[in-house]
Design a binder for this molecule. Structure first.
Ligand code: HEM
Length: 380
């Protein structure tokens, strides 16, 4: 976010969480340098997420399935996507994710500085996702390089670089789906092949639709999981009492703790909408056809909803917007939750405690990316 305050300040190069904390009390709605209206308060973000009549999701010229669709078209594709992310579809992969996480944890160098974002989060996210989708392990280094380029391009705000990096990702996806689409009955039996055989309105999904769906599951998710792992590990290094609660907690308890840590420091920053008519928010009239950003990171720290932002998983669960709200609420929540819980538990099995590497401090990401860029820890 490169937001301009009414007084001309910009978020470029700043810690987005700290900056929106600073803005929110006096400026519930700000306009950024791209001319987008950014909603910072919980009530406004939630209201916009629930209001499909005044806020459309058709914000991009690119095909975005299902996130860029509205109404019945959204429901049609959303039903397909939910099928692949349902409990029955995700849970068979739990043992696979556990194996990947424990192998990764065992392979981390002892007595050396390890970066929780890039050495743990990104590697786990890429490996888990390749296993889930049936993508070849040879793609892993390419995906890891792509994640770094993607973050750098996003951070730069350079639109042509961002478009180029997005195009590289589409090429990776095409390299996986094209052989499956032409192989007929002899394609590997995996999720990507099943998706290639998926029908919508009695016809197969087109290549453009497949690329869009897979881009949505992978491009954004890989980065989110890596950033979430960084935020979780940094939080545990600062609050060691939580380590025992996670080690001993049930799946439900651990999920609640994870969601509360990520509420306080939500690296999945925002999503966009476009107004279908003039709307008034916090005394500000936003004309029809304007882009509006729902800033989840800021909304999730709104003091009016989360009493002084103390850590309280039970009390804050119902208002937590980590996975959004309304019709576009994240269908990947179950998969993300399993992955994060497994990654965290596996790391905690291999260490007595999590602590920052001596002499090193974690580096925050800067707008428009959230969370940490680097979380140096020592594995002993
Ligand atoms: C910790 C990780 C994740 C976070 C914090 C997260 C968060 C979100 C949020 C806030 C939305 C709402 C977007 C909106 O209202 O415009 C969303 C939508 C979505 N997420 Fe996630 N997500 C995560 C992981 C995943 C994963 C693992 C997948 C699938 C592999 C996934 C797939 C999607 C899809 C397809 C949508 C669009 C849904 C629609 O438009 O109906 N997400 N996510």
């Amino acid at each position: 976010m490169t937001d301009h305050m009414p007084d001309g300040l910009s978020a470029a190069g700043r810690d987005l969480r700290a900056y929106t904390d600073h803005l929110r009390p006096k400026h519930p709605v700000v306009r950024n340098t791209n001319g987008e209206w950014v909603l910072l308060r919980h009530a406004d973000v939630l209201a916009a997420a629930l209001d499909q009549e005044h806020f459309s999701s058709q914000v991009s010229h690119f095909l975005q399935i299902p996130n860029g669709l509205d109404g019945q078209e959204h429901t049609l594709y959303r039903t397909i996507v939910e099928h692949y992310l349902s409990q029955g579809a995700v849970e068979p992969f739990v043992p696979v994710f556990k194996k990947i996480a424990s192998q990764l944890a065992a392979s981390l160098p002892r007595g050396e500085v390890v970066d929780a974002v890039n050495d743990i989060g990104a590697v786990f996210a890429v490996r888990a996702q390749c296993a889930w989708l049936g993508w070849p392990t040879e793609l892993e280094p390419r995906l890891l390089d792509w994640m770094k380029d993607n973050h750098a391009a996003t951070r730069s705000g350079n639109r042509s670089w961002m478009a180029e990096v997005a195009g590289q990702f589409d090429d990776i996806i095409r390299s996986v789906i094209q052989p499956r689409r032409s192989a007929g009955g002899i394609a590997p039996d995996d999720l990507t092949t099943n998706l290639c055989r998926q029908k919508v309105n009695g016809r197969l999904l087109t290549e453009a639709e497949l690329v869009s769906i897979l881009r949505n599951w992978t491009g954004g998710d890989l980065g989110s999981i890596a950033l979430c792992v960084g935020v979780l590990i940094a939080h545990l290094a600062k609050h060691p009492a939580l380590v025992a609660r996670i080690r001993e907690g049930s799946d439900t308890e651990v999920e609640a703790i994870i969601n509360e840590i990520l509420r306080l420091d939500n690296p999945f920053v925002s999503n966009r909408r476009i107004t279908t008519c003039p709307v008034e928010i916090a005394g500000q009239t936003i004309p029809k056809g304007e882009k509006v950003k729902l800033n989840w990171t800021s909304a999730n720290r709104d003091e009016a909803v989360f009493d002084n932002n103390c850590f309280n998983p039970e009390a804050h669960a119902a208002s937590n917007l980590l996975y959004g709200a309304g019709k576009h609420t994240c269908p990947g929540q179950l998969l993300a939750t399993w992955e994060l819980r497994i990654a965290l538990k596996s790391i905690l099995k291999t260490v007595q405690s999590i602590r920052f590497a001596p002499g090193e401090t974690p580096e925050r990401e800067v707008a428009p990316v959230g969370g940490y860029r680097r979380v140096p820890i020592l594995i002993t």
